[in-house]
Design a protein around this ligand. Structure first.
Ligand code: PNS
Length: 171
């Protein structure tokens, strides 16, 4: 059986914690889709097309093995994407009890909606404190994000670029 899994997220931007989860999930499944999903609860920093591009570069630069595709989804349910591509599993990184509380209802609803199971993966402790929101905050205040993100993201989020992105972002 050809097992397909999806790693969904905002990836605004992709962090080293995400890359760690993607790498380990890719080792468990025949095919992995990394899916950039619009999260209306968050004010985005990067356009979705840029997030996809930075994910593709980061995955290539890390030399990750396996069949890994990057895609985006902005219309309809996440499980609709899973059904469309034949994926039966979602993989989510869990850093804390807060993440467990946030993810548990979604996992139950996604299973009820379409029979899609969710697997929670613990991050490498080196990345347990890293989040995209922390990276956005550090970048927006002119700080160095390179300890937390892949090289492509650190190169992209130079202070000038971050300032431009922030200026064009809805307040
Ligand atoms: O990186 P994030 O912002 O924590 O990712 C959250 C995301 C996008 C994975 C989550 O908001 C999500 O699963 N959205 C899909 C919307 C959906 O299908 N909702 C109904 C079932 S929970």
């Amino acid at each position: 059986m050809h097992r397909i899994a999806v790693v969904p997220g905002s990836f605004d931007p992709v962090t080293l914690g995400h890359v760690d989860v993607i790498e380990r999930a890719a080792n468990l499944f025949d095919e992995l889709h990394v899916l950039v999903v619009h999260n209306p609860a968050k004010t985005a920093l990067l356009p979705i097309s840029q997030r996809v591009s930075l994910l593709e570069q980061s995955i290539a630069d890390a030399g990750l093995q396996g069949s890994i595709k990057v895609a985006s989804w902005s219309v309809g349910l996440l499980v609709d994407y899973c059904t469309e591509v034949g994926a039966s599993v979602l993989v989510k990184g869990i850093r804390s009890q807060v993440d467990v509380a946030y993810e548990t209802p979604m996992a139950i609803v996604n299973r009820n909606l379409a029979g899609v199971e969710t697997i929670f993966m613990l991050p490498d402790p080196a990345h347990a404190h890293v989040s995209s929101s922390l990276v956005r905050q550090v970048a927006s205040l002119g700080g160095d994000v390179s300890p937390y993100v892949p090289r492509a993201v650190a190169d992209y989020l130079q202070p000038d670029t971050s300032a431009d992105l922030l200026a064009s972002r809805p307040q």
